[in-house]
Design a protein around this ligand. Structure first.
Ligand code: ASP
Ligand code: MG
Length: 452
């Protein structure tokens, strides 16, 4: 059987009407056997607030009410099937209990357990919506198969164990029915609930697709695919029908909102094609991300990633020395910091931090402890309020004239850092956050709308 995994994000499962639309998309394709859902829109944010340290009782009650109201509204429109109502009651009292316990003791495992409850609700409700439409469907607790390490808030899935567990517990269920399961969450070897980091549901879908050797992953969201740039920044942005994995990975890495960057990894490993489309307007089509594509233009898209931090490290030890970079990167790795761009000179290294999917509790990655440790062997300067603009495409590093076309647009702007050449697929510049929108607009005009 050719299996398709379909993932629906928060806005796609925000309410009964949205869920019902998604159910129709699923029913239209008999191969869609696995449905991965996010929490209903807003619920994870409310749960994050419930994990916060300084929360007075009044606010806590308010948050609990808001969550209950989002979920019960869907249940009501379903006609309150008794079994789902009982499940939902259970989850909601568990949320209350967990947040109560967090107010007494800050425990990371409890936080993850709490954050996981949004997906529990949406999966139970969504399976009921499918059944209401006459489909054989049940909710499946993904923690039975999504084995991770115990890094709460940002857990790493254990790929081989996930595959083995899926083969044993999930694959046999698929012939008889469609399975609805939770994105974003997993469990460690002791059975404690973990989360994969904010926005992790796309990753969950790709991991399950990999484990089950699916033929496609569909990511249903609120935009009709990947565009040449953010249409809110450049109104002439165009949808892209087909794009390669390499280009899409670059785009995701550099801020295109439609995909969690890590989504791409499990799919790339198995050459599973990924579709991105709008669950609101499925008829508009979307973007297919494939291993091989028919057209490879030089300029594919302009992506922007805001809220960038530049770390500038200066040390005279670097002068004709070895090991400085090794030491620096070892320190960053110990603090679980992922580095994005790097430029070096004789005695300086500048790098930007990869903040996407910062850990589920929203902690700041650049801790005092890290800065202290770095300061022991170099002078550290931190610059904020920067944005990374990336031109994504093909053969960028081997096509004459690309730099001229890019830099003529950048003339009025201050470029803080440039990276080009490591990958044939991108050219990146770091500019002030306040200028980013204009830079994107001008680049899009020059590269995509002007005469080539
Ligand atoms: N519900 C989680 C979040 O809001 C995971 C996801 O939506 O992908 O981050
Ligand atoms: Mg999401």
């Amino acid at each position: 059987m050719s299996i398709v995994v379909a993932k629906f994000g928060g806005t796609s499962v925000a309410d009964y009407t949205a869920m019902s639309r998604c159910a129709d998309i699923i029913i239209a394709n008999p191969n869609t056997r696995i449905v991965v859902v996010s929490a209903s829109s807003g619920v994870t944010n409310l749960l994050v607030e419930l994990t916060q340290a300084q929360l007075d009782d009044e606010r806590r009650q308010q948050l609990l009410k808001q969550i209950a109201s989002i979920q019960y509204q869907i249940l009501d429109q379903l006609g309150r099937p008794a079994e789902v109502a009982a499940q939902l009651d259970g989850v909601l009292s568990r949320i209350a209990m967990l947040s109560e316990s967090l107010s007494r003791e800050r425990c990371k495992a409890t936080m993850d357990e709490l954050l996981a409850q949004g997906e529990q609700c949406s999966a139970a409700l969504f399976a009921a919506v499918l059944r209401e439409k006459g489909e054989a469907a049940s909710a499946f607790d993904v923690r039975q198969v999504m084995r991770t390490d115990s890094h709460f808030g940002r857990a790493e899935p254990q790929i081989e164990q996930v595959a083995a567990l899926c083969a044993a517990h999930l694959a046999p269920l698929l012939a008889e029915q469609r399975i609805v399961t939770q994105g974003f969450i997993g469990a460690d070897a002791q059975g404690a609930t973990t989360t994969l980091g904010r926005g992790g549901s796309d990753y969950s879908a790709a991991l399950l697709a990999e484990a089950l050797k699916a033929s496609a992953v569909e990511i249903w969201t609120d935009v009709a695919g990947i565009y040449t740039t953010d249409p809110r920044l450049a109104p002439n942005a165009q949808p892209i029908a087909e794009i390669s994995f390499n280009e899409a990975a670059e785009m995701a890495t550099f801020g295109a909102k439609v995909l969690h960057p890590a989504t791409i990894l499990p799919a790339v490993r198995q050459k599973i094609q990924v579709f991105v489309g709008s669950s609101k307007e499925p008829e508009r089509g979307g973007t297919w991300i494939r291993h091989q594509v028919s057209d490879e233009p030089i300029y594919r898209a302009v992506a922007v990633r805001r809220d960038q931090t530049l770390l500038n490290l200066h040390s005279l030890q670097m002068l004709h020395a070895q090991g400085f970079l090794a030491e620096t990167f070892a320190t960053l790795a110990r603090h679980k910091i992922s580095v994005d761009l790097i430029t070096t000179s004789e005695v300086n290294v500048s790098l930007t931090l990869d903040k996407t999917g910062s850990d589920s509790a929203g902690n700041n990655l650049l801790s005092e402890a890290l800065l202290q440790e770095l300061s022991q062997h170099c002078r550290v300067r931190v610059e904020d309020n920067l944005a990374l603009v990336a031109i994504v495409g093909n053969k960028i590093a081997s096509t004459p004239g690309v730099c001229r076309r890019v830099f003529e647009v950048l003339e009025p702007h201050n470029v803080r850092m440039i990276c080009q050449g490591a990958s044939p697929h991108n050219l990146c510049v770091l500019v002030a956050e306040s200028e980013a929108a204009q830079v994107v607009r001008s680049l899009h005009e020059n590269l995509f709308e002007g005469a080539r």
